[in-house]
Design a protein around this ligand. Structure first.
Ligand code: SAM
Length: 268
């Protein structure tokens, strides 16, 4: 399936994205053009809606634009992180099982991995439902380049878009599902991004959220407060649910393990 992007210049102008861009075995370079004529670069299959560098408004967002962070992120940190953060044996396969069970990717569905980094969730969705299409969005070109390498190595076809989650280049009600793994904690303006997620999700669509909540123990809170200086934010489970409600979502299912919280959200 090809899909449409919404031009950031004119909200009524569409940019047609050909299906072949998601075939990562064939490098795609050039430009995509909206109906109004504004053009966007495609470098090595990654559609760059932002051009230039985004604002680095926190240390966390700054380091996500480092090549080194992108290269080591998944193997060194991401695949082990949940066992450390939950305090129990929590292999990545267990997280993927929950992701698929709650997201239920369907044939011909369109899914968004929002703040995808190396697109761990995006690849898992496509592995579970090869007839769905998946878009990985991040504002870090370094992360998207690494995501592209990993998806190509896995022979997984994905679309990649470099854009800001605060102003997504998608029309309303585009996606059957959105997945966000750990992204919420790193956002500078989480309400704006959640409002955007609500806008681009179809009425019966699902938002799978994995995020970190405030620790109970004083030493955990102390550590989290120091991480706050770097731009990583934490909320209690109740505060998180207030945030979701404020953006127009209702909680359908929720599990917490240690400071890790998994939530299945639907449009209210
Ligand atoms: C914790 S990482 C996400 C990890 C990934 N989802 C996973 O499950 O492994 C957060 C990602 O969100 C991206 N990000 C942060 N703020 C963003 C924004 N406003 N728009 C787009 N991407 C953003 C960062 O570049 C980073 O790659």
């Amino acid at each position: 399936m090809s899909f449409e992007l919404k031009s950031p210049e004119n909200e009524r102008a569409a940019i047609q994205v050909p299906k072949e861009i998601s075939n990562l075995t064939k490098p795609f370079n050039g430009t995509l053009c909206s109906q109004d004529g504004d053009e966007y670069d495609v470098k090595n299959n990654i559609i760059d809606i932002l051009g230039g560098q985004p604002d680095f408004s926190s240390l966390a967002s700054y380091t996500n634009h480092w090549k080194l962070t992108a290269t080591i992120y998944e193997e060194i940190w991401r695949k082990r992180s949940l066992s450390l953060l939950t305090g129990e044996d929590f292999p990545i396969e267990k997280e993927h099982e929950l992701l698929i069970e709650w997201t239920e990717p369907k044939e011909n569905g369109l899914y968004l991995d929002l703040g995808c980094s190396t697109a761990l969730y995006g690849r898992a969705l496509k592995a579970a439902q090869s007839k769905a299409d998946v878009v990985g969005l991040d504002f870090s070109m370094q992360m998207l380049e690494e995501a592209r390498l990993k998806a190509e190595a896995d022979e997984t076809n994905l679309f990649f878009v470099r854009a800001d989650g605060k102003e997504m280049p998608f029309f309303s009600k585009t996606f059957d599902g959105i997945v966000m793994g750990g992204t919420l904690n790193e956002l500078t303006e989480e309400v704006k991004v959640l409002n955007e997620a609500h806008r681009v999700l179809k009425e019966n669509g699902v938002l799978f959220m994995m995020h970190l909540i405030k620790a109970d123990a004083w030493y955990g809170r102390l550590l989290q407060e120091s991480m706050g200086i770097g731009g990583i934010k934490f909320w209690t489970k109740d505060e998180s649910n207030k945030l979701f409600k404020q953006a127009g979502f209702k909680v359908e299912e929720q599990i917490t393990r240690g400071i890790v919280c998994f939530t299945r959200l639907k449009v209210d």
